[in-house]
Write a protein of this length. Structure first.
Length: 495
């Protein structure tokens, strides 16, 4: 503990964002370049090195947060990078994309603003790359065993890297033309520039991991044939079956799923397209869904030049402080948070009728109406109570030329044939059934990440990847020295 009084003398200071007017004109990350490093050592000083650090339990990766906070405070970046990478394969991803349940579990957060754990993590990860502290780590020798990983999101990449480093020959199969899953085609560049992903993929290639892109397992190659070729298979396809909105008018053109819209904007940023065929430019946009995916749509539509953007959240407007009765520390509370996209919408007044920033809270869609050509032109909504029942007399109509549905995901998509060709057992909620060893009902086939857990956070995805890698290693060799941070049945802390 470098400064025993740091949490009393130093206020919380976060990585500053670029001015709204500047950042909405490009797709670069929203933070001021270089502004994190000068403040981060003092922020790390605020860590109290608690006797029982609940930040460990709040993070499924079991990140050694007090240890690397202390090392950053002393500016020992090499040692900090070693401790960070000991539990997390991709801290530059989580440092940018994770909502930081570790900060909700920070002991300081009982009565003060939490330590800026996420910012410290990002600073260590970026410094590690700059100083060469994250070299490829190929195995000393090969095991002679082969593993196929289906899906290259955070779960698949973490599993592949762990298994490759353990000496197994790993091939990652990805349906898109580039690896990365939703981090490639789903997360906007203003949240994480793709150079961070590309750099980590090059590290994995140097370690020996092979990537097979533009390959849909179950369609381009049969899943059962793939199983016959490899000693083990890991299914890490994610939860890509999106939830629908079954209301009158859904059939109108101009109503799309968020994951139909966001990948196109990513392809524009990567030079594949000049302009997105679903561009929001000049349109009145309504986003149905109040989560992170909806916020990603919001920031994207603002950058594309939408005439207006509104976001509907079925939940009531939350308070700015934790409700100690219903969501006591150290659980992750539902409070009012202002993401970069919501800050942009607020300052630019993209939704004049909104309750806060661009959001209308406690709002439920009733139906859509369109023009003579069958294109959506308006969305009709109503306010709902705590039981999601309509409140009489609260109906409202919003102009809508483009509607984006961001209602979450129910499990893996079965349309490619992978699940049926392998004969995998499924849970009633639509996810893949597995046992305590991440094993499906098919010998040698393992399931991890959102495909089996259900929609979750990036830290849970990486933790699943690390844990399934240990399970596969045990299956192939009889034992494993790989870390296994979680079991398939672990869940976030809750009341």
């Amino acid at each position: 503990m470098a400064d025993p009084k740091g949490f009393m003398t130093t206020p919380r200071q976060e990585w500053p964002r670029r001015p709204v007017e500047e950042r909405v004109r490009d797709w670069d990350e929203v933070y001021v370049p270089g502004a994190l490093l000068p403040i981060i050592s003092k922020q790390a000083d605020r860590c109290m090195d608690c006797g029982v650090p609940f930040c460990h339990d709040a993070c499924p990766l079991g990140n050694l947060i007090p240890e690397w906070n202390d090392l950053v405070s002393r500016e020992d970046w090499r040692a900090a990078a070693e401790r960070l990478h000991a539990t997390n394969n991709f801290p530059e991803f989580t440092g940018r994309l994770c909502p930081a349940p570790c900060e909700a579990g920070c002991v300081l957060a009982i009565n003060q603003p939490a330590v800026t754990i996420k910012n410290v993590e990002c600073a260590i990860a970026d410094r590690a790359w700059e100083e060469g502290f994250a070299p490829p780590r190929p195995p000393d020798r090969l095991s002679g065993r082969t593993v196929a990983v289906i899906g290259s999101g955070p779960t698949g990449l973490a599993a592949a890297q762990q298994l490759t480093r353990a000496g197994h020959t790993v091939a990652v199969y990805e349906r898109d033309d580039r690896p990365g899953g939703l981090m490639r085609y789903g997360i906007p560049a203003f949240k994480m520039e793709k150079r961070h992903l590309d750099r980590r993929l090059e590290q994995m290639r140097a370690e020996g991991t092979k990537f097979r892109t533009s390959t849909v397992v179950g369609r381009d190659i049969r899943a059962d044939g793939l199983r016959a070729r490899y000693d083990a298979v890991v299914i890490a396809t994610g939860a890509t079956a999106w939830r629908e909105l079954t209301v009158p008018g859904r059939e109108l053109t101009g109503i799309h799923q968020a994951m139909e819209y966001l990948p196109l904007a990513d392809r524009v940023c990567q030079g594949d397209l000049e302009v997105s065929p679903m561009s929001a430019a000049g349109k009145h946009v309504v986003i149905v869904g109040g989560g992170d995916t909806g916020a990603d749509c919001l920031g994207t539509a603002v950058r594309e030049g939408a005439a207006s953007v509104s976001q509907l959240d079925i939940y009531a407007l939350p308070g700015v402080e934790r409700d100690d009765d219903t969501e006591p520390w150290p659980t992750y509370p539902k409070i009012y948070r202002l993401s970069a996209a919501h800050e942009e919408a607020r300052d630019l007044e993209t939704a004049p009728a909104a309750d806060a920033d661009a959001r209308l809270f406690a709002a439920s869609t009733l139906h859509f109406t369109g023009d003579a050509s069958g294109h959506v032109r308006s969305l009709h909504l109503v306010e709902v109570d705590a039981r999601r029942q309509p409140v009489p007399g609260t109906g409202r109509t919003l102009p809508a030329d483009l509607v984006l549905l961001a209602l979450g995901f129910s499990g893996p998509d079965r349309g490619d044939g992978l699940i049926d060709q392998l004969g995998l057992a499924m849970e009633p909620r639509g996810t893949i059934t597995r046992d305590r060893e991440f094993t499906t009902n098919v010998p040698g086939v393992f399931a991890a990440g959102d495909a089996a857990r259900g929609q979750s956070l990036i830290v849970w995805a990486i933790a699943e990847g690390r844990a399934v890698a240990a399970a596969v290693d045990r299956y192939l060799t009889g034992s494993s020295r790989l870390p296994s941070p979680i079991s398939p049945y672990d869940r976030p802390m809750a009341v």
